[in-house]
Design a binder for this molecule. Structure first.
Ligand SMILES: Cc1cc2nc3c(=O)[nH]c(=O)nc-3n(C[C@H](O)[C@H](O)[C@H](O)COP(=O)(O)O)c2cc1C
Length: 327
């Protein structure tokens, strides 16, 4: 049985990737992920905005920088270095201690000089860079059409001009035309796309009459949204596709691969069941492959969407009569 797969030009021993979260911010956890047999690990995102805020807060405490703005600029550059050092150290340590690919993650807000940091990530040894674009959301009514897509594409192009490692963009689902966005990002140099990031989901407590946000972790029912778009996009783009959200067991892994995903990412289930669940998923995946007589991942990757008849189902939106009749 051969579960190996290629993702972003990297050799992975299997298509299971631990996605970005504080879990991957600790070297001990990264080691356990490797022991459990995972294909690759994505580190927690480093947030550009958070770093800038930390630096601004420090500068605000010192009146001097108000009078000497050049000094503030100089300090800003040094501080950026200091704030990002622990992240670079984690990459270096992970690369020394484990042999699975380590994918760094940054949340870039602007296409400006911040992207130079991508170079440091590459020098620290990261095998690839995942761009988490979750701060680019369509909340501004004055935002011009295509502004979001153009900004993200500019960030990708800018970063690609600075580094040689592969760059993958982790998308949120709030784009008006996901196919066009995916193609634009591919043209800008993205080597892959992750579909989709999952955000806090506001809810309302009807007793206390206030907004609550306590469903931090996904359920498997949420998987069908990315499944649809993996199925659709796998026929439109040639870059790699990583499925994320709601993947808790081998069944979801299998479904995403059948729909055309290159790899599958897991996060919530590791909070729920612990890192040892990684080997359970992999063992179950092997058992399923044996029963279906598949010996490699390529034997069934994209099998469902390769069939035009099936692929139309991924684009279907309305419940059709024959399905509803059963209700
Ligand atoms: C506590 C927590 C922290 C997360 N932090 C990040 C992050 O730093 N960067 C990122 O791109 N995604 C982050 N995510 C999103 C996950 O990587 C993942 O895409 C999302 O949870 C959906 O996958 P899941 O259903 O397997 O949890 C985080 C998720 C959780 C639950």
């Amino acid at each position: 049985m051969n579960l190996s797969t290629r993702y972003l030009g990297l050799n992975l021993q299997n298509p299971l990737v631990v996605s970005a979260s504080p879990l991957t911010n600790k070297i001990e956890n990264i080691r356990i992920c490797e022991e459990q047999g995972v294909g690759a690990v994505v580190l927690r995102s480093l947030f550009e905005e958070q770093i800038n805020d930390e630096i601004d807060a420090k500068l605000d405490q010192e009146d001097m920088y108000f009078w000497y703005p050049e000094a503030a600029d100089h300090i800003k550059n040094i501080s950026k270095e200091q704030v990002t050092q622990p992240y670079l150290k984690l990459i270096e340590k992970a690369k020394r201690e484990v042999s699975i690919p380590i994918i760094a993650s940054v949340n870039c807000f602007s296409a400006g000089d911040w992207v130079v940091f991508a170079k440091n990530i590459e020098s620290a040894g990261a095998d690839a860079l995942e761009l988490n674009v979750s701060t680019h959301l369509p909340y501004d009514e004055k935002m011009e059409e295509h502004h979001l897509e153009d900004t993200i594409a500019a960030i990708v192009a800018n970063i690609k001009s600075q580094v040689n490692i592969p760059v993958v963009v982790k998308l949120h689902p709030y784009f008006s035309n996901i196919i066009a966005t995916a193609k634009q990002l591919e043209r800008s140099g993205a080597n892959g796309l992750v579909l989709f990031n999952r955000f806090y989901r506001p809810d309302i407590d009807i007793e206390r009459l206030e907004v609550i946000s306590d469903n931090y972790l996904s359920t498997t029912k949420e998987m069908t949204h990315s499944l649809r778009w993996i199925g659709v996009l796998s026929r439109h783009v040639s870059c790699d596709l990583a499925a994320s959200t709601g993947i808790h067991g081998y069944e979801e892994v299998v479904k995403q691969l059948l729909a055309g995903a290159t790899v599958t990412q897991i996060c919530s289930v590791l909070y729920i069941k612990g890192l040892k669940h990684i080997s359970t998923i992999l063992n179950d995946l092997e058992t399923w492959m044996k029963t279906k007589e598949f010996t490699t991942i390529d034997d069934f990757k994209g099998l469902i969407t390769d069939n035009r008849l099936n692929s139309a189902n991924f684009e279907q939106i309305q419940f059709i009569e024959k399905n509803v009749r059963a209700l």
